[in-house]
Design a protein around this ligand. Structure first.
Ligand code: EPU
Length: 418
């Protein structure tokens, strides 16, 4: 039997939860280890299915990876074997395309399966490819694979047509070893981009402006080893805060960077929760029924698309009508039908969900469709009257490190079966 989570709702969560390292910072950091033959040491890799997938991919590419007793992970890629990311891995995890930039820069060629659409949208990688072409690569699509070639990449001015997180990361990694200066305009400002730049700097790269819309990279001939501590996961933190708010509890998340969570904190405050914070923690106290809020997802520092489903679960219980607009992905409302099966009254109209709050959810058997949708179903189950089961938990395990254990420690009645 595939694993499922069983939840008995209605317990206000109370206590403190330590947040793990960010999935979306760990994946590019691991890909960056392909840029050097020297060891790259990660101090705090999160235990996630997506991290396992990229580790498998790196090993196929020639990486030697060891987990040390002190919780560090050592990655060394003395030489890249065949520079290819096969379809079986890319189709399980789109972020596998993050090896394209490093492979191209290190070996002069790369063959990476073209990811298809996925549960949340079409998600093309045209901006990554256009950027590599600007750096002098020849790109062709052959039998469903991107084939990229360049004797030595050359610095260039790149202005992406839209803001792309992994696109910015891929191009920044490639440009780190290019000849001359690269400027990325319209770069993603997400903290995960700045974290990757921090690792690349430690490896000897010359990068300025990461975390802003304009990144300047002075190419260097080689990069060396480094030791890196990945930033805390702002989405896991946000998910746990919503768990506190939605159950009318009192939850503190620790080991975080509060500035990474400001849009989520502001939304929870607007929804009527009481928030407090210090240098590396935020505390939420739920205050009865939430107030309705209009939310639109956007790029950092705006409200993150990766928190949209979770906040929808909260606003589904608000005393009034909330409007949630998804501007990043075209199909990220898969959780709506499942929330409605619990008694929510949510209607979608294109990119907007009209959420008419109900007083209670009822527990129900539910099916997860993607990572953040599964988190929203778990949150709704925690607040619901009666029992909820969430199947296809593998979606959740891609991006949350034992979420049910963290929730249990806060008093939730949640168990994993199978
Ligand atoms: N886009 C294009 N062309 C491109 C690249 C992107 O049209 O070449 C579009 C996408 O289809 C999307 C928008 O631009 O509509 C933004 O996509 P982006 O490239 O920024 O997304 P991503 O880099 O593929 C990362 C995270 C996602 C997160 C988004 C947005 C990683 C590994 N993934 O994806 O995380 O939702 O940025 O912040 O960093 C998740 O963790 O659940 C997750 C989906």
């Amino acid at each position: 039997m595939a694993a499922l989570l069983e939840i008995e709702g209605g317990v206000p969560l109370r206590g403190t939860a330590a947040v793990s390292a960010a999935k979306n910072a760990a994946l590019p950091a691991l890909a960056a280890s392909l840029l050097t033959a020297e060891p790259v040491v990660m101090e705090n890799l999160p235990l996630l299915a997506d991290v396992t997938t990229i580790r498998r991919l790196l090993e196929r590419l020639g990486a030697q990876i060891t987990d040390e007793p002190d919780r560090t992970t050592h990655i060394r890629v003395p030489a890249v074997g065949r520079p290819e990311a096969p379809y079986e891995l890319v189709s399980t995890m789109r972020a596998s395309v993050l090896v394209l930039g490093p492979l191209l820069a290190r070996t002069g060629s790369a063959r990476v399966a073209l990811p298809g659409g996925c549960a949340i949208g079409l998600r093309p990688i045209d901006q990554h490819l256009k950027g590599f072409q600007r750096l002098g690569a020849e790109i062709s699509i052959q039998n469903g694979y991107v084939e990229a070639r360049a004797s030595r990449l050359k610095g260039a001015r790149i202005s992406t047509d839209l803001v792309t997180v992994t696109g910015t990361e891929n191009l920044m990694m490639a440009a780190a070893l290019a000849e001359g200066t690269t400027v990325i305009e319209n770069a993603a400002c997400e903290p995960e981009v700045a974290d990757l730049a921090g690792l690349l700097l430690a490896m000897g790269a010359k990068i300025e402006g990461a975390g802003s819309k304009r990144i300047e990279i002075q190419g260097v001939p080689d990069l060396g080893g480094a030791r890196h501590r990945i930033i805390p996961d702002r989405i896991e933190a946000g998910t746990l805060l919503v768990a506190g708010a939605i159950t009318g509890g009192d939850v503190t998340v620790t080991g975080i960077v509060p500035a990474h969570l400001s849009a989520v904190v502001a939304t929870l405050e607007e929804a009527g929760s009481k928030l407090d914070g210090g240098p590396d923690w935020v505390r939420v106290e739920g205050q009865g029924r939430p107030r309705p809020v209009d939310v639109a997802t956007t790029v950092f520092p705006g409200f993150p698309t990766d928190m949209q489903a979770q906040v929808m679960a909260l606003l589904g219980l608000a005393d009034g009508l909330s409007r949630i607009t998804e501007t990043i992905f075209e199909n990220r409302f898969m959780h709506v039908a499942e929330l409605n099966r619990m008694g929510a009254r949510i209607r979608t109209d294109g990119a907007t969900a009209l959420v008419r709050g109900v007083a209670h959810y009822q527990g129900a058997p539910l099916m997860a469709t993607d990572l953040r949708a599964s988190a929203s179903l778990v949150l709704a189950g925690l607040a619901a009257q009666g029992a909820t089961s969430v199947s296809r938990v593998y979606h959740l395990d891609r991006g949350y490190e034992r979420l049910e254990v963290k929730l249990q420690r806060l008093g939730a009645r949640i168990v994993r079966r199978g």
